[in-house]
Design a protein around this ligand. Structure first.
Ligand SMILES: [Zn+2]
Length: 83
């Protein structure tokens, strides 16, 4: 009887380009999707954050080292500054 070697499960890193879902700062639904919409010559990334519930849409530009979550954090700051 051979012993089965347990397979190590390594956490899978989120693939680039897959939309991330965040909590909408407007309606508080977990349906704000961040999609990378463009990248400029400096490597800055423009994310479009759109809520599937209330229809809120905002474009946020982050630098090349930042990700969707950073765009979301920036959005939250923008919203906080507006209210
Ligand atoms: Zn919303």
């Amino acid at each position: 009887m051979g012993r089965r070697r347990k397979r190590k499960i390594t956490p899978v890193r989120a693939k680039k380009g897959i939309p991330k879902v965040f909590r909408c700062p407007k309606c508080d639904s977990e349906s704000l999707v961040a999609t990378l919409t463009s990248t400029n010559e400096n490597g800055d990334k423009e994310y479009t954050l759109k809520c599937g519930v209330c229809g809120f849409t905002q474009k946020v530009v982050v630098n090349k080292n930042q990700q969707a979550v950073d765009a979301y954090n920036k959005l939250v700051d923008i919203i906080a500054g507006l209210t």
